[in-house]
Design a protein around this ligand. Sequence first.
Ligand code: NAP
Length: 310
Amino acid sequence: MTSAIKLAIVGVGKIVYDQHVPAIAARADDFSLVATASRHHTIDHIPGFTSIEAMLAAHPDIDAVSLCMPPQYRYAAARQALAAGKHVLLEKPPGATLSEVADLAAFAAEKGVTLFASWHSRHAPGVQPAKAHLAAHVPTAVQVRWKEDVRQWHPHQDWIWQVGGLGVFDPGINALSILTEILPSAMFLTQATLSFPENRDAPIAADLHFQDAADIKVHAEFDWRPTAQQGWDIIVTTVGGELRLTDGGARLWINGAGQALAQEAEYLSLYRRFAALIRAGQSDVDVAPLRHVADAFMLGRRKAVAAFYD
Ligand code: NAP
């Protein structure tokens, strides 16, 4: 029996209340939530501090921290936590640039602590069964439709429209995290169009074309404008038929037949993995999804579209 890892959360907001807090409570054998650091928000019955410095000074016994603020503000907190010898979980996307994440990975290795760049969608119940199916049934084409109403899912989140906030890639990177997990070979971007509202610094839609070394074509459409017919679907045509991974990876259909899956428990699985990495003395920093986003900003044609107001 090993003792629970003393955990702190930095950047308390929507995803912390919705997912991190219940998942940590459900994994009480692995984690004990001992403190938070957030400028305006706290969690009931947990000591709260307004800065990570104050929190680490008051609780030197903290073993690990989950960093859940917007990606533009994650690097400085991660550096501080790693410098203090804490294990670190990064919410997705792991940072604002690839280079800052590489710096964090090197620093974690130097300090001998775990860095976990988490991708919650990879823990959706259909993802590993889809990966196993595609290992045995060669894909010939892939279509991704990640379409949601930004006003419903991201009301008044200014950071998401600012540089580094990624715009529609904030949800779209979840699709990329699944694709890079389930496809048997690595894909790369060949063409992209990014639609920027004329009053915003981040795209509201993206149309992306990838291929892999075997010339398998992957077409992805991310869009934040639909108010009806929202969906988070990946459709893979294979030599033997069709695989449909729907609802962000929660449901799987193979040749039209729904597959029996475990219940959705992405964040429970995420924290199980974080605990296993800490106990094994390992890190997991896969930047492939963020690299595809960076490629899209590098190769994508920029198209101005109607201004967006909340
Ligand atoms: P959020 O609620 O808008 O922000 C989280 C918290 O970060 C805020 O409550 C705020 O707390 C802190 N924060 C905001 N701006 C900051 C700044 N400039 N400097 C330092 N801290 C700041 O965002 P969220 O929806 O929870 O998303 C946070 C991260 O989780 C994002 O990377 C997102 O991609 C990821 N995520 C979100 C969801 C979702 O459904 N929302 C799902 C999965 C993953 P204080 O004001 O108290 O400091």
